[in-house]
Design a protein around this ligand. Structure first.
Ligand SMILES: [Zn+2]
Length: 108
């Protein structure tokens, strides 16, 4: 992107229908989200989405935030995409080591 620093665009979270390796999300930023999503659907604009597409894995837009590239970087650095992803909340998956299942108390 050639947008100047500080440009307010859209930070977006893409949720993969199936994990690709350890990746289940892609976090990106765009000034024109619709155009960017069209590019991604064609396998352009992000290497990860291109290989995910080649693997036959679908994806959907899970969430967006208005913000700058700095905001995108902050979210990437903080990690925890699954915790921010409403689709992961709606469709619980096999617990990963980074998100262990809650302990089930045993009955006395
Ligand atoms: Zn998700």
């Amino acid at each position: 992107m050639t947008a100047p620093a500080g440009t307010v665009g859209t930070v977006y979270l893409i949720h993969f229908d199936r994990p690709y390796g350890h990746a289940r999300h892609y976090l990106g930023w765009a000034t024109n989200l619709d155009a960017r999503l069209t590019e991604h659907a064609a396998g352009r604009g992000a290497r990860l989405l291109a290989v995910v597409r080649d693997a036959g894995i679908g994806w959907q837009l899970a969430r967006t935030w208005p913000g700058t590239r700095t905001r995108e970087r902050q979210l990437k650095t903080q990690g925890g995409a699954a915790r921010r992803c409403p689709l992961c909340g709606v469709h619980p998956r096999v617990p990963s080591p980074s998100r262990p299942a809650p302990e089930v108390p045993s009955c006395p």
